[in-house]
Design a binder for this molecule. Structure first.
Ligand SMILES: [Zn+2]
Length: 501
């Protein structure tokens, strides 16, 4: 059993009571089972793994678990029946790359209101995130299941300006090992690695993480190839920066160009601008044979890729980045200010017209690249990099699903990346990822079929999180409360926006 699953089970002791002792429920036991049963009736259940639609289903929920699923199951006496004729139910969605913003009254409810019942928080830069995670688990805060990264561990010099984010900087093997022990003690669920780590520091992090029982996720460091990262045991590679560089006919030349990158501490913009011509060169020397080799390694090692197209669409086209007027009310003035600042100083500064034009073409290339990832059956995680300018927690996942389909994924593949694959990745395949008995009742009820049109994931009727039903009225209230909360001045526990990548 991996560490995520152990932690999950330890934290859900209360929920486990429903299936105490590993009891297998049959339908009749389920009907005679626990009190407080909720029955969803006449609903179409979507099995994301196969793409099957099972019509006229009854889904019984007892406690935080699904206790029965079947055609016209009898509804137990005393159960609360919710007639979902004409509606579709899918497993709760996961956004596998977020950076929450605001205080606990902002990001957690926004995720849930959007059907996002699990998030992987990609930088434990603020201890409040561990506090949210633990309070959500013990039932004192309403929010999605959170798997929270360590603080970012980067090489020396780091790309991050300490005025934006204080990351952990390691320059050698002992400091790398100490960083892993430190983040373990701080409560991280996994280690987040970053772009400027040196190969010796990186190797020390992987080794120390193995000893301490933490997995390693994050960026592929500049000085390592994607295959080296995958073979070293890193569990996920975020974004398409490093991966895009790995599939050039001229990989030797690409590696030499990368080795020549130099950055001053905190000069993210400079790193980006040195990376752009290398990405451009790699994209224009794309090799199908190299792609087959690299993608084959990722597939065999089950190294997940989180393309974060939502992020790339902004960073490749910062001149087009806008705040959706319908969603502006869910962001504080402070968050909008920070997004504006990040956009101007990190992503738009000092860019000549030619570079801007090339970045636009890079956006088209990244979409083709994602299509190749799906074609080669590389395991994909849906993640948004919420925290990128103008992204709004929860809502952004639906953008990502749409972008994945726009890049060439089928609607089922996009849903799979936000349900089945995250469940497997987190070691929670027995608990999440499908609408089946014994699984946690994390569900989204939709007004229209998402397999027909992925935009239908936005048509949310009801959200169920660990058996708790968020009705349409309750959902509107959650959103209205966020709208009110962002108008108040930030508190000490507010997590500023600012982006990560
Ligand atoms: Zn990120």
């Amino acid at each position: 059993m991996n560490s995520s699953r152990r932690q999950f089970l330890a934290r859900t002791a209360a929920g486990a009571a429903v299936i105490a002792g590993g009891t297998t429920f049959t339908t009749s036991q389920a009907v005679a089972g626990p009190k407080h049963v909720t029955a969803l009736t006449n609903v179409t259940v979507i099995d994301v793994a196969t793409g099957r639609r099972d019509r006229n289903q009854t889904v019984l929920i007892g406690g935080d678990r699904i206790i029965g699923v079947g055609r016209h199951l009898p509804v137990p006496r005393g159960a609360v029946e919710l007639d979902f004729t004409g509606k579709f139910v899918i497993p709760g969605l996961a956004d596998m790359h977020v950076h929450s913003i605001g205080d606990e009254r902002v990001s957690p409810p926004l995720y849930l209101a959007n059907g996002v019942t699990t998030v992987r928080e990609m930088a434990g830069t603020n201890p409040a995130l561990y506090d949210w995670r633990d309070r959500i688990e013990n039932g004192t805060l309403l929010g999605p299941r959170m798997v929270v990264a360590s603080n970012i561990i980067d090489g020396d010099p780091t790309l991050w300006d300490p005025n934006l984010i204080q990351v952990i900087v390691v320059g050698d093997e002992p400091s790398a090992r100490a960083a892993v022990r430190r983040v373990k003690a701080e409560g991280a669920d996994f280690v987040k690695v970053y772009s400027r780590l040196s190969p010796p520091s990186y190797a020390a992090i992987l080794d120390e993480a193995r000893k301490t029982g933490l997995t390693v996720h994050g960026h592929g460091p500049d000085q390592l190839t994607s295959q080296q990262v995958s073979n070293a045991g890193q569990r996920s590679i975020e974004h398409i920066h490093s991966l895009g560089l790995a599939v050039s006919t001229w990989e030797v030349e690409v590696r030499r160009m990368i080795a020549d990158i130099t950055v001053k501490p905190g000069d993210y913009n400079s790193w980006f601008r040195q990376l752009h011509p290398i990405e451009w060169f790699a994209a224009n020397t794309f090799s199908r044979a190299r792609a087959a080799d690299v993608f084959g390694t990722l597939r065999r090692n089950r190294t997940r890729v989180t393309p974060t197209l939502t992020m790339h669409s902004v960073l490749d086209r910062p001149d087009y980045a806008t705040l959706d007027p319908a969603l502006a009310k869910y962001l504080s003035a402070d968050a909008v200010f920070t997004y504006d600042y990040a956009l101007e100083t990190l992503y738009k500064a000092n860019r000549p017209a030619e570079e801007i034009a090339r970045q636009h073409e890079m956006w088209a290339w990244r979409q083709r690249f994602v299509r190749e990832l799906f074609a080669y059956d590389v395991p994909i995680l849906a993640g948004t990099d919420t925290g990128t300018p103008y992204s709004v927690p929860g809502f952004a996942l639906h953008d990502e699903l749409e972008l994945l389909v726009g890049a060439g994924a089928t609607t089922r593949q996009a849903l799979y990346a936000a349900t089945v694959e995250p469940a497997r990745f987190l070691g929670l395949r027995d608990d999440l990822g499908s609408v089946e008995p014994r699984k946690v009742a994390d569900l989204v009820v939709l007004d229209a079929d998402p397999l027909q049109d992925i935009r239908n994931t936005r048509r949310i009727h009801t959200v169920i999180t660990r058996g708790r039903v968020i009705s349409p009225t309750a959902r509107q209230r959650l959103l209205a409360d966020v709208e009110a909360a962002v108008k108040e001045p930030p508190t000490a526990a507010t997590i500023p926006a600012g982006g990560c990548c």
